[in-house]
Design a binder for this molecule. Structure first.
Ligand code: TYD
Length: 447
């Protein structure tokens, strides 16, 4: 492993690790409305991200007394604790970067102008708190503070070389006041002239560039492959966007797809399979068509996305073939698995959420037979065989396949699906990422 460039790295929170724009501005608007002040324009609203709140309120509403500013902050906090704090997302790539930095042994610290309790809560909400050795912010009732003091308090007692990463001039100046490297990021709320003008030693356009500046290489991580399986009508398709949104907000690139389909070619295979005109299609032809669609899907979409570190969620994958064609059409589990070996290659799901619902209930949810496509027209005995095959797959591979009771309310199903997915993500991040060195082994963003 290359020797780490830094043994202590301090991160600003808003605009650097998380994008809190909707949350912060929503709570600023709540405070402004509460005080009966004029609404600022969007550009002015943006300037509230980063600096201490008291400074922003004073700058925008110059006529306010100190007492009124305090009242603004109190109103802001009332709204923020309930709404704003969770209206937030982690910048894409940050979890992988933090894991990589942690593996070098560097101390990772959050140094923020936010109250420490809020900062900890946000980090905990996104599963990032455990990555940090310390979180240093301000007391809830503290009004004036200088970022340089926060950085001073946040720096470990002993370090060889430290850096402060932030998106605004406050962060760069605070770093320089403490004689440590200042690394500016451009994906937050500052711009290049602001960062360079306030002493940035390096400026990173995006999280990849930040990774090069901090570790001298790209963070290369294998992605995570999640599949959703179950009978038609089990509600997995409803869960897909909720899972995708949550994972995106946690800082992962998410690719959501489905089988059969997901691509122009595979969507055409899907049409063939579903068309009621094709009533003479044999079970064998059906199994090969699903496998053909999958072979394309894996190579064109799934494998490349996983190779660049994305989380891929597929609504159905090879287990559907095993259950529907192997069990339902009675081709046999082993034969269908063999047909699919060449189709999937090494692309095996890391986690499969199996939405279990009674076959009779799933038939009811599907609606009247006249509107059903060729695949959905099979009777209850067929779906019972599919169900039994799914359960058998789950029992066979308990580490990969997790059962979810799909007869619960949508909210309960979402809660279970998120809990299982987040556990799989944590385990995945714990398996250490590998650094990919740039040619000269160092970052290329030093001005
Ligand atoms: P779809 O409309 O996507 O249904 P759902 O929303 O329930 O996934 O249709 C997919 C149908 O194809 C569904 O009936 C299951 C079936 N299927 C198989 O029989 N074998 C397979 O390998 C796959 C992927 C799907």
């Amino acid at each position: 492993m290359p020797s780490p460039r830094y043994d202590a790295i301090l991160f600003d929170l808003d605009g650097t690790l998380t994008d809190s724009y909707p949350g912060v501005t929503g709570s600023v608007i709540a405070a402004i409305e509460g005080m009966g002040l004029d609404q600022p324009d969007v550009k002015t609203l943006r300037t509230f991200i980063g600096p201490p709140l008291s400074e922003s309120f004073k700058r925008v509403y110059t006529h306010l007394t100190s007492e009124q500013v305090e009242h603004c902050i109190a109103l802001y906090r009332d709204d923020f604790t309930v709404n704003g704090i969770y209206n937030n997302r982690v910048y894409t790539g940050i979890p992988h970067l933090l894991r990589r930095l942690k593996s070098t042994g560097a101390a990772l610290i959050v140094a923020t102008s936010k109250p420490t309790v809020y900062a900890r809560r946000v980090l905990e909400y996104f599963g990032l708190l455990e990555m940090f050795d310390a979180v240093v912010g301000v007391e809830l009732d503290e009004r004036e503070h200088d970022k340089a003091d926060i950085v001073r308090a946040a720096l470990p007692a002993r370090y060889r070389r430290a850096a402060m990463v932030g998106d605004r001039h406050y962060d760069m100046r605070a770093a320089k006041a403490n004689h440590i490297d200042a690394i500016g990021v451009l994906y937050g709320y500052g711009d290049r002239p602001e960062l360079i003008g306030s002493g940035a030693d390096a400026v990173a356009e995006d999280v990849s560039a930040l990774s090069r500046a901090l570790c001298g290489g790209e963070v290369s991580s294998e992605g995570l492959f999640i599949t959703l399986e179950g009978l038609d009508g089990s509600g997995k398709t409803t869960q897909m966007p909720m899972l995708a949104e949550r994972l995106e907000r946690m800082g992962f690139e998410v690719v959501a797809t489905r089988e059969p389909g997901g691509l122009p070619l595979t969507e055409r295979i899907r049409d063939l399979l579903k068309d009621t005109e094709n009533s003479s299609m044999t079970a064998e032809a059906e199994a090969y068509l699903f496998a053909a669609s999958r072979a394309q899907h894996v190579r064109e979409l799934i494998a490349p996305a996983l190779a660049r570190g994305a989380v891929v969620i597929s609504d159905r994958f090879v287990d559907s073939s095993v259950a529907y064609q192997g069990g339902g059409r009675e081709l046999g589990v082993g034969r269908v698995q063999r047909i699919n070996e060449m189709a999937v290659g090494a692309c095996v799901p890391d986690l499969t959420l199996l939405f279990l619902m009674d076959p009779a209930e799933s038939l009811l949810r599907r609606g009247s037979a006249t509107r059903l496509d060729r695949l959905e027209r099979a009777g209850e005995a067929f779906f019972t065989r599919v169900y039994d095959a799914f359960v058998a797959i789950g029992r066979e591979e308990p580490d990969r396949v997790k059962f979810i009771d799909a007869s619960q309310s949508v909210e309960e199903v979402t809660r279970d699906a998120l809990r299982l997915t987040e556990a799989a993500l944590r385990a995945h991040l714990d398996s250490s990422p590998r650094p990919r060195e740039t040619e000269d082994g160092r970052g290329d963003d030093r001005p």
